[in-house]
Design a protein around this ligand. Structure first.
Ligand code: NAP
Length: 484
């Protein structure tokens, strides 16, 4: 399939109450290819009234969906998994066009995204409860799990499908309906997925999708609407904090998957071949535009020079280009602002005395391309060590011993993920307990899997997606005290 064919088949209207419809205002907005800066298609631009109609549809569908047999919900998710998997090539092309990542990365994301559909298809029929005798022996206590109700799901542009299925699959498995607000820069993958849900028989109103250029105008009123029962948000800490404040007004259940500042620790006993492979993956997956991206490399002084040279050689050899072209490993960043942010943080570190080992940076347009940079001996007050770089720049900081490494790793307001390379199992256990994060990659550059709880602590948020924990975010325990 070529680009034109992929776009010709892409749905571009709102999906509300089982119908594809234009925005109430009739307005549409352009979706751009970040590698050409050309407009790909125009998508319906939801208004606050469209958002309200979507929530009304979700609320109408809620009782019937909650009463659907778990096996039927499971079968539907399983069918969706199969269709997404069958159509991986077409979905990957659409994702690469709207987001820029290389086709191989899009396929990896779609496999990961589909994994949530399969995992929660399996979880839908495993919801448990409890039956106990009250301690005084006078009654019986039953505990059952009920769906929380209609959910508002807000997703970012960096993983346009996986961030959606990570929320939609457990919501549907639990018996919840949803309004989904995808990122305005990448609505096409989510709309294509909504079409697949329709094809596999999702009842009208169970999932509604409202792309918009007015995120606050559409989403914020929903958080004050008593029919909404849950907000799950993935995005920046600043927007998450604002939505959390608004959600507090009616004490909405919330899950917050927010920003990161992952440390990547390399100890002097590490297998350096493995450490460099893991570092390339942790830094460069998604061009560094991942909440889990290694943001700071903390390396023992004894191996810092060798690790730095080897990492620079690997990143310098990566092919930068359009994600649809053969052999490309680094696609464009999402927009001009993203390139400028990388430039700004690199310039700040160099001004403060960091050494440039691999000089990367902006590539002339069109397209928002940025070559990888590696910086050595980065001073500890450099902004790049404290802010999310969200791009292909790797700052390296040497450390002297484990205590210093842990202190540096924890010296951040964020706490999503940390990576550590060491051959010492005792040290691995100590680090697993000492690092203030929700997830740890030990001798690995990637941690995410549908079968384990993804999420953070501190300013990286709370709540977990995936694993046995993922479905609990969409359930409320109810207990019945039975006289017997
Ligand atoms: P963002 O600016 O916070 O946007 C995320 C989503 O929120 C988008 O759909 C956005 O819509 C929407 N939004 C913005 N303002 C809103 C408002 N006032 N009310 C309701 N919705 C609003 O974040 P981003 O730049 O797209 O994504 C990058 C961030 O996401 C990074 O910080 C990254 O670490 C984080 N992230 C975290 C995880 C995780 O699991 N912890 C995973 C992936 C990404 P628009 O598209 O219209 O702006």
């Amino acid at each position: 399939m070529d680009d034109a064919a992929a776009l010709a088949h892409a749905p571009t209207d709102l999906f509300i109450g089982g119908e594809w419809r234009p925005a109430g205002s009739g307005r549409r907005f352009g979706v751009e290819d970040p590698s050409t800066e050309e407009r790909l298609v125009e998508v319906a631009d939801a208004t606050p009234d469209d958002g309200a109609a979507a929530l009304a549809a979700a609320a109408r569908a809620q009782a019937e969906w909650a009463a659907t047999a778990p096996q039927a919900r499971s079968d539907l998710l399983r069918r969706a998994y199969e269709v997404v998997t069958d159509r991986i090539d077409a979905l990957a092309l659409l994702m690469t066009l709207e987001m820029g990542k290389p086709l191989a990365d899009s396929k990896a994301e779609i496999t990961y995204a589909a994994g949530f559909l399969r995992w929660f298809a399996e979880e839908a029929v495993r919801l448990d409860g409890r039956y106990t005798t009250a301690p005084d022996g006078k009654s019986r206590l039953l505990v059952l799990q009920r769906p929380v109700g209609p959910c508002v799901l807000v997703t970012p542009w960096n993983f346009p499908l996986a961030m959606a299925t990570r929320k939609i699959a457990p919501a549907l498995a639990a018996g919840c309906t949803a309004v989904v607000k995808p990122a305005q820069q990448t609505p096409l993958s989510m709309l294509a997925f909504a079409k697949i849900l329709e094809e596999v028989g999702l009842p009208a109103g169970v999932v509604n999708v409202v792309p918009t250029t007015d995120a606050g105008g559409v989403v914020e009123p929903l958080l004050g609407d008593r029919r909404a029962r849950k907000l799950s948000f993935t995005g920046s800490t600043s927007v998450g904090r604002r939505l959390q404040e608004l959600a507090a007004k009616q004490l909405l259940r919330t899950s917050m998957e927010l920003g990161g500042n992952a440390p990547f620790l390399v100890f002097d006993d590490a297998d350096l071949d493995l450490a460099v492979d893991a570092a390339v993956l942790a830094k460069m997956r998604n061009m560094g535009e991942a909440c889990t991206a290694a943001n700071r490399f903390l390396v023992h002084g004894a191996v810092a020079a060798e690790f730095t040279d080897r990492l620079a050689a690997r990143l310098g050899a990566m092919k930068v280009g359009r994600g649809t072209d053969d052999g490309v490993e680094v696609g464009p960043l999402i927009d001009e602002k993203a390139v400028a942010k990388v430039e700004e943080l690199v310039a700040d570190a160099v001004d403060r005395g960091a050494g440039v080992v691999l000089e990367g940076g902006r590539v002339d347009g069109p397209g928002h391309f940025c070559r990888p940079t590696v910086l050595a001996d980065v001073p500890r007050d450099a902004r790049i060590l404290h802010e999310e770089v969200f791009g292909p720049a790797a700052p390296i900081v040497p450390f002297a011993d484990e205590d210093e490494a842990v202190a540096l790793a924890n010296d951040t307001e964020f706490g999503l993920v940390a990576y550590a390379c060491t051959r010492d199992l005792d040290r691995g256990v100590r680090l697993s307990e000492a690092l203030e994060v929700g997830m740890i990659g030990l001798n690995r550059g990637i941690v995410s899997t549908p079968s384990a709880p993804f999420g953070g602590v501190k300013q990286s948020g709370f709540g977990r997606e995936g694993g046995a924990e993922g479905i609990r975010e969409y359930l409320s325990p109810r207990f019945v005290n039975l006289q017997a």
